[in-house]
Design a protein around this ligand. Structure first.
Ligand code: AGP
Length: 661
């Protein structure tokens, strides 16, 4: 998830862009960059690190980068670490086209090979850079179409200038609230070039593009990634979200899927990827700037819960190579190294540890390798038996949790191989690892992990499939079938989030409860633990998760009349008799007066007589169920904490990344 802003108007573009980036930094902050077109020159500046690093090298006065057309980007790295070279904007060979991007271009590797084979020199590790060079080709094609010859950058730019002149400066609609329209003679050549490039891209993208010789226009495009237009008086904005321009205008225009937008001082024009003019939906933004950063939600946690379908889709995107193999983001081990593995350890903390517990079921089921899961803070003190045939999987959203980092260092000292699952590109734990799979959830601002947990679970399942495939235990078609089922999960997550209003009502009714117990079996047990942790850390309420089978060995003594007990029920289609046993467990606690809150898949009627509150989730295969059964528990804990008047974004005593042991 990255922050993007484009501007065309009368104000100094650098000031407008930097102020917009400050508002967008919550969307990504491992590097930042700007581009401004002025006096016939395209200037770019970009730096790794926070936006402040970039501002240090820029004189914010408009004389540093003169011009009233510009764009800026704050990055949350997916492909290529947070370095100056990988920071956006990226430019083409001629240095006359600049592009910024949010999303994942799934087919960038093939496009990069094609470009390099035709002589283009790409310098970064990013997926984005291919767009700049594809635009260069489209602009050269525009030159050919206009009949001009020669190959220099200025020729290409001159051709675009000539073509633009015939397109005429745009037309009728005033930007001040003017609706979308087509210019008098159709789209700007830069718009056409971007449209042609978008038709070659697979994956998710918001793109914004500038051209050195065209200060009159900023063009953008989107697919499966946000882009919104701000309509000002004699100026227009393209941005990831309204917080970037809300200080200048509250008049906005929605851009739909697979659409390109041409923003000019005197109007905005939208086309679909087939080139048909589109009327965008205009609306008035009535949020304040702070609410805008939270997408209109009162808390980041609520926004991040709602982002889970996209976060999951982004984590899963592009994970199968054209040959049908699962691909990790970084591999410094050979296939033989992975085939030599005879034991897996998973180390993590808190919510990440719960994801690891789920991973255990998948890894053992698919690979037939023994898999242990250990809290990172305990791992190295138990003298684990590790050697070169051991794979240690370290799960960490931040990539900086010291307990997990120290476990990784211990594993490496014992010659074990280390694979990191992490949400933060360029953080310490991935750097210490032999292989990496990044979740692509974007920054998670709320201290309580939500979308990153779903990303971790998906990543764990991908690692399990990767190991099984590499070791030949699962065939390619079996892996593809599982990946296909995973690809359908974002829609099931979206559907589940659309049905949680009863969960919110239930949570509010339990705001006065003294404690809540959570029960589960199989992968439902780690989900029960995660539900309990959410309630502890958000509502400061005593909550405990147990394997349902453990009840009779002690915890059932806790059951008393009215005590809320949440039960995460496995699919009746899953492991034999597991479902029947947990239905018995529900009866046992209900018989002792518990208030049963049952999470069960649609169609499971066996639980109905014993559920005081029945929460339905879509039916899925057993190992994927946590991707939906966790959602009501996140909402439950969050809503109960809110009912208690607590700050769910920054719960007391907690930090987002625990960098102490
Ligand atoms: C969970 O809601 C907490 N934020 C905490 O348990 C967290 O999962 C744990 O500290 C691990 O953090 P990491 O994923 O950044 O390593």
């Amino acid at each position: 998830m990255c922050g993007i802003i484009g501007y065309v108007g009368a104000q100094p573009a650098l000031e407008v862009v930097l102020s917009g980036l400050r508002r967008l930094e919550y969307r990504g902050y491992d590097s930042a960059g700007v581009a401004v077109v002025g006096a016939g020159v395209l200037r770019t500046e970009r730096r790794a690190g926070r936006l402040a690093n970039l501002e240090k090298v820029l004189d914010e006065g408009s004389d540093a980068m003169p011009g009233t057309t510009g764009m800026g980007h704050t990055r949350w790295a997916t492909h290529g670490g947070p370095t100056d070279v990988n920071a956006h904007p990226h430019t083409d060979c001629t240095g006359t086209v600049a592009v910024i991007h949010n999303g994942i271009i799934e087919n960038f590797a093939e496009l990069r090979t094609e470009l390099e084979n035709s002589g283009h020199e790409l310098t970064s590790e990013t997926d984005t850079e291919v767009v700049a060079h594809l635009l260069e080709i489209e602009i050269a094609r525009s030159r050919a179409a206009s009949g001009s010859t020669g190959g220099s950058a200025t020729t290409a730019a001159a051709a675009v200038a000539a073509a633009a002149a015939t397109a005429g400066t745009a037309g009728s609609s005033g930007a001040a609230g003017g609706a979308a329209d087509t210019g008098p003679t159709g789209p700007h050549p830069l718009t056409e070039a971007l449209r042609a490039v978008c038709r070659r891209l697979q994956g998710a993208f918001t793109l914004v593009v500038l051209h050195q010789d065209h200060p009159e226009v900023v063009v953008g495009a989107r697919r499966n990634s946000p882009l919104v237009v701000g309509l000002g008086a004699g100026e227009a904005f393209l941005a990831s979200d309204v917080s970037a321009f809300i200080a200048h205008t509250r008049e906005a225009l929605e851009i739909g899927q697979d659409q390109v937008v041409e923003a000019r001082r005197d109007g905005v024009t939208i086309y679909d990827f087939a080139g048909t003019p589109i009327e965008g939906r205009r609306y008035h933004v009535d949020w304040d700037a702070s609410a805008a950063e939270k997408g209109g939600f009162p808390y980041f946690m609520l926004k991040e819960i709602s982002e889970q379908p996209a976060a999951l889709a982004d984590t899963l995107r592009g994970r199968l190579s054209p040959e049908g193999s699962i691909v990790l983001d970084e591999e410094r081990l050979s296939d033989q190294d992975f085939r030599d593995i005879d034991k897996v350890f998973i180390v993590a903390c808190g919510t990440a540890y719960h994801a690891g517990l789920i991973a255990k079921y998948a890894i053992e089921h698919w690979t037939r390798l023994p898999c242990e899961v250990e809290m990172a803070s305990e791992f190295r003190y138990r003298d684990p038996v590790l050697d070169r045939s051991t794979l240690v999987v370290a799960i960490s959203q931040s990539g900086e949790t010291l307990d997990t980092l120290m476990a990784v260092k211990h594993a490496r000292e014992q010659k074990a191989r280390v694979l990191a699952i992490c949400n933060t590109n360029g953080s310490t734990i991935p750097r210490e690892s032999d292989a990496v799979l990044y979740t692509r959830c974007g920054p998670e601002v709320g201290v309580a992990a939500t979308k990153t947990f779903l990303g971790q679970v998906a990543a764990c399942l991908l690692v399990g499939l990767f190991l099984a495939q590499t070791r030949g235990v699962l065939y390619g078609d079996e892996v593809a079938a599982y990946v296909d089922r995973l690809q359908r999960m974002p829609e099931l997550v979206r559907r589940t989030l659309g049905t949680v209003e009863p969960v919110r009502e239930l949570a509010r009714s339990l705001a006065g409860a003294k404690a809540v117990l959570f029960l589960g079996r199989h992968v439902g047990y780690p989900v029960a633990l995660e539900g309990a942790l959410k309630l502890k850390e958000l509502a400061y309420m005593h909550a405990e998760g147990f394997p349902a089978g453990e009840l009779k060995h002690g915890p059932i003594a806790l059951i008393e009349p009215g005590l809320p007990v949440v039960v995460v029920v496995p699919s009746p289609r899953g492991r034999a008799n597991l479902h029947g046993k947990i239905v018995s467990n529900i009866q046992e606690v209900r018989a002792r007066g518990a208030r049963t809150i049952v999470i069960a898949e649609e169609g499971d009627t066996a639980v109905e007589p014993y559920a005081d509150h029945l929460i339905r989730v879509p039916a899925t295969s057993s190992l994927l169920a946590p991707l939906v059964t966790t959602l009501p528990l996140q909402v439950f804990a969050c809503e109960l904490a809110l009912a208690r008047g607590l700050d769910v974004d920054q719960p007391r005593n907690l930090a987002k990344s625990v960098t102490v042991e």
